[in-house]
Design a protein around this ligand. Structure first.
Ligand SMILES: Nc1nc2c(ncn2[C@@H]2O[C@H](COP(=O)(O)OP(=O)(O)OP(=O)(O)O)[C@@H](O)[C@H]2O)c(=O)[nH]1
Length: 501
């Protein structure tokens, strides 16, 4: 399935750059050059190697709150320069901000949204460079804890949504537990903003993937893992030259799996083939002209190999760790040499997934790769609802807001603490008690309810007169309309409401 990749912020830039390099290395062309990256700080642009210069869009040049990074050549000369006035200012004595880079929008999603609002024409011109006829969808990639990622990203998502008929997916890195509360709050708001708008969201849990190391030291490894999974999913069938298979993955199966919306998670496992592997042995025997080679023995052994591989994919570190039995739909893609995956192996893998996930909505396809020396299973769990990490991020966001209410300067989490509209919207976005309260009698986790429904009228929404959140939402909406703060309006939920109509 052909996809345009649109990266935003540092995480988005780095991950899209990695995706393009991985496309080249794997021979799977997913984007066909339809890539763009947006940022408010050019450091990640400078480090990018695969995204062409003319596909990099630096925003915020004229915005007073955007702090420009000194040119490295002049860094010594301007070291210690005062930031420009405005919301991009960062008090680096505060513990929670000390880890957030002060350049660009300095971690503030409201400034990010304001910058993007002011530069919508520029954004639209850049998006025109994506050839819609060449792609079947778009993937917006961002760090959801980022001021640029979530702030600029929310405006970009609105734009993509209004321009394209084809699906718009979001891949969003979630902040690690070691990152500042402010990142957790931004991510909570980001999740709440993008889930209703996007056709499906792939959060990537940096906490699970950092494996105990400082998260910044693991970015490259995490981005490699992301690229491998995204290409295994969307790039299946996009290899050149293609090989024929009756079980070949159909791109429509990918969109069908994801069309239930909400959040999705990917598992992935690879097995190097050895001469002992049944499919290969069978193939060799046939090549040697032993026509009566025991096919059924080979198929049984192959089925056992595939079953083990699919189980390993399910038990691997998922992009977003979750209860696999909370998935709505499941897709498995087996990739490997054509003879290594028998129909029996295929059916065994599918049966295992039906058992483990408790859903009969399991789609399956293969990607024959002539000459491959390994078999890979990629499992997509769609619309998962039991996601402890999202619950945790929402809890941290609420605690951060509460601490900010209590006047604890160290945890002031909003760009402008006096901004009631932003505060109400953020609390509504982050409050675990929100969203589930009005309509969930099942006892599902609150985050589950939020992400599960992917419903634009959920949550802030409270925009619904009888909704459980109507009070908070009314407060939000009134404040927004009274002060006419487009950035708060655009940032949080307006777009979601639009889509619901
Ligand atoms: N997986 C992954 N996560 C990243 C990467 N870079 C940053 N992140 C995470 O993404 C989140 C946002 O960080 P940035 O992308 O630097 O932020 P930004 O969107 O550029 O905007 P600012 O907050 O203004 O810096 C944080 O939680 C980071 O840990 C990356 O290369 N890979």
């Amino acid at each position: 399935m052909k996809l345009a990749f649109v990266g935003v912020g540092d995480a988005g830039t780095r991950i899209v750059d990695r995706l393009v390099r991985a496309e080249r290395a794997s021979g799977r062309s997913v984007s066909d050059g339809n890539v763009l990256v947006f940022n408010t700080d050019d450091a990640a642009f400078r480090a990018a190697t695969a995204v062409p210069d003319d596909r990099r869009v630096l925003l915020g040049d004229t915005h007073p709150a955007v702090r420009r990074r000194p040119d490295p050549a002049e860094a010594d000369a301007v070291d210690g320069a005062e930031p420009a006035d405005g919301a991009g200012d960062v008090d680096e004595t505060e513990a929670y901000t000390s880890e957030i880079d002060p350049f660009g929008v300095g971690g503030d999603p409201e400034t990010g949204a304001a910058v993007a609002e002011a530069e919508r024409p520029e954004i639209r011109r850049a998006l025109d460079r994506i050839d819609e006829t060449e792609v079947a969808g778009t993937m917006l990639v961002a760090g959801l804890g980022g001021g640029t990622g979530t702030g600029v990203g929310s405006v970009l998502l609105e734009e993509l949504d209004s321009i394209y008929e084809t699906p718009v997916y979001v891949l969003g890195a979630l902040p690690a537990a070691t990152e500042p509360d402010r990142r957790a709050l931004t991510a909570a708001r980001g999740i709440r903003t993008v889930v209703p708008l996007a056709d499906a969201v792939f959060p990537v849990d940096n906490e699970a993937w950092r494996r105990g190391d400082p998260v910044t030291e693991r970015y490259d490894a995490i981005n490699d893992a992301i690229a491998a999974r995204v290409l295994a999913l969307f790039g299946a069938g996009e290899r050149d030259p293609e090989s024929v298979s009756e079980l070949r993955i159909d791109p429509a199966d990918v969109t069908r799996t994801l069309e239930v919306g909400g959040v999705a998670s990917i598992g992935h496992a690879t097995r190097e083939l050895t001469p002992d592997d049944a499919g290969v042995v069978t193939r060799l025997l046939r090549l040697l002209g032993i026509a009566d080679a025991p096919e059924s023995d080979g198929a049984d052994a192959d089925a056992a190999t595939v079953k083990r591989l699919v189980r390993r994919a399910l038990e691997s570190t998922l992009t977003l760790p979750c209860s696999v039995d909370s998935a709505d739909r499941v897709l498995v893609i087996l990739s490997g040499p054509p003879d290594a995956i028998s129909r029996k192996g295929f059916e065994t893998g599918r049966y295992l997934l039906e058992e483990e996930t408790g859903t009969v909505e399991v789609l399956a396809g293969d990607e024959p790769v002539p000459g491959a020396t390994e078999v890979t299973a990629t499992v997509v769990l769609s619309n998962v609802t039991d996601v402890p990490r999202i619950d945790e991020i929402q809890r941290r966001a609420v605690a951060a807001l509460d601490a900010s209410d209590a006047g604890d300067d160290g945890t002031t989490v909003l760009g402008d603490a006096a901004d009631g509209a932003a505060d109400a919207a953020a609390r509504s976005a982050a409050d675990p008690a929100d969203g589930a309260a009005g309509d969930d009698a099942t006892g599902d986790s609150p985050a589950s309810e939020e992400v599960q429904t992917g419903n634009p009228t959920d949550g802030v929404t409270g925009a619904q007169p009888d909704g459980a959140n109507s009070e908070a939402a009314a407060e939000t909406d009134n404040s927004v309309s009274e002060d006419g703060d487009e950035s708060v309006h655009g940032f949080d939920f307006t777009a979601g409401d639009d889509r619901g109509e």
